[in-house]
Write a protein that binds this ligand. Structure first.
Ligand code: SF4
Length: 59
């Protein structure tokens, strides 16, 4: 599956870890306890994993 440019809105993130657990190459939980991208790209369906809509993928 193609990777696309992605960002995490940390004002929405609740640190559940779903993204990092499912896509460990794309997301990690930072020192703040909130998600961040590893390389600002992710699998294009990654946004659907976030329960609070904090992940947005550029079309
Ligand atoms: S899935 Fe969403 S709420 Fe959970 S850690 Fe990732 S960005 Fe944050």
């Amino acid at each position: 599956m193609a990777k696309k440019k992605v960002r995490v809105d940390q004002s929405l993130c609740i640190g559940c870890g779903c993204c990092a657990g499912t896509y460990p190459d794309d997301f990690r939980i930072g020192d703040s306890g909130l998600a961040e991208t590893v390389a600002e790209t992710a699998e294009e369906d990654a946004a659907g994993i976030c329960p609070v809509g904090a992940i947005s993928v550029e079309e």
